[in-house]
Write a protein that binds this ligand. Structure first.
Ligand SMILES: C[S@@+](CC[C@H](N)C(=O)[O-])C[C@H]1O[C@@H](n2cnc3c(N)ncnc32)[C@H](O)[C@@H]1O
Length: 317
């Protein structure tokens, strides 16, 4: 097996500036706990790496199958594979994966990605395929979600009636439709002109299907969102990208990402976000005492950042 020299590394991760197929062929079989891929979508986009993003459909699918084979080979038994793409491509690629791995979920991620087209429905979701090697995942701890609340007054959008005291203080179950993933637009968190995925999305995937110390693989680095999520949550990672300049620059100063991730962590695995409790307090809407929120004051954050105490906001209403 060929030894390659990483262009960049941290104590947890290694990044190779090379074609992903070459890097995948050097990986130890059955060594990876979580493999994620966000390839180019063959939409004729211009990448700084100057790849051909306008292949014939059959060529694109054959290319995808080649690196998917490499990812499957590298995956441990019980390891998870996630594939992010347009529904158009994930339909045939999902069928391909289904012959080799066990299907878990087609996750719908509600983000508008193009303008309305005459005679077509408005494309409004990405597909996130989730497969495992073998019968079931070795690691599976999905985030729990805060109750959905009105963005003005913080009131619950759904009436939980007499079930309030039965609600898990850590939040509601994560479903296979994700409506809370923001498009990456904010200049403070935007790491590249195009294509960067949201840190919230990658944190959700990384923390669901790996543990601290696990090995995370992403063959299409882009701006390095997967690697940042892995690095900041204590996972080992390995990646490839044809043009690594954005990733190296991003790792030069991770403070903004660290702060962003700490905000993300403080808003998950809790029944009410501090922002919603604050809105309720301002709107004079006290939270029903039936909810067991006071049990979840600390411990929601897993990235060592300070989590504001909820008790202050709760008692104030
Ligand atoms: C959609 S972007 C990935 C974005 C990334 N998920 C993020 O959040 O920043 C796809 C990336 O794959 C890279 N790429 C395309 N073909 C590649 C190949 N054969 N090997 C390695 N990287 C490749 C492109 O340069 C592009 O940056």
């Amino acid at each position: 097996m060929m030894t390659m020299i990483p262009i960049f590394q941290t104590p947890l991760g290694r990044l190779f500036q090379a074609d992903c197929q070459v890097v995948l062929s050097t990986l130890e079989p059955e060594s990876v706990d979580l493999a994620f891929a966000d390839p180019p979508f063959n939409l004729g986009k211009q990448y700084t790496s100057n790849i051909n993003d306008a292949k014939a459909s059959h060529e694109y699918l054959e290319w995808c199958q080649t690196w998917l084979d490499g990812m499957i080979r590298a995956l441990k038994p019980g390891g998870s594979l996630f594939l992010w793409n347009l529904p158009k491509w994930n339909l045939p690629l999902g069928a391909y994966l289904g012959e080799r791995l066990t299907f878990r979920h087609w996750i719908t991620v509600d983000i508008k990605y193009s303008l309305p087209i005459n005679g077509r429905l408005y494309p409004s979701h990405y597909s996130l395929l989730y497969f495992v090697k073998g019968k079931k995942p070795a690691i599976f701890h999905p985030d729990r979600q805060p109750i959905l609340c009105c963005r003005h007054c913080g009131g619950e959008l759904k009436d939980y009636g007499g079930y309030k005291d039965k609600m898990n203080p850590k939040g509601v179950n994560l479903s296979d439709v994700w409506t809370d993933i923001p498009p990456v637009r904010h200049t403070k968190y935007k790491k590249r002109e195009a294509n960067a995925l949201s840190l919230k999305l990658m944190d959700r995937i990384v923390t669901m299907a790996s543990d601290p110390g696990s090995l995370v693989l992403d063959p299409f680095g882009g701006s390095g969102t997967t690697y940042v999520a892995a690095e900041l949550t204590g996972r080992r990672w390995i990646g490839s990208e044809l043009d690594c300049s954005s990733i190296i620059k991003r790792f030069d100063g991770l403070d903004a990402d660290r702060e962003h991730l700490s905000q993300i962590h403080s808003s998950k695995n809790i029944l009410f976000t501090n922002a919603d409790l604050e809105k309720r307090r301002k709107a004079g809407k006290p939270l029903s005492k039936s909810y067991r929120v006071s049990e979840i004051i600390e411990g929601a954050c897993t990235c060592n950042a300070a989590t504001p105490k909820q008790s202050n906001l709760f008692n104030a209403s």
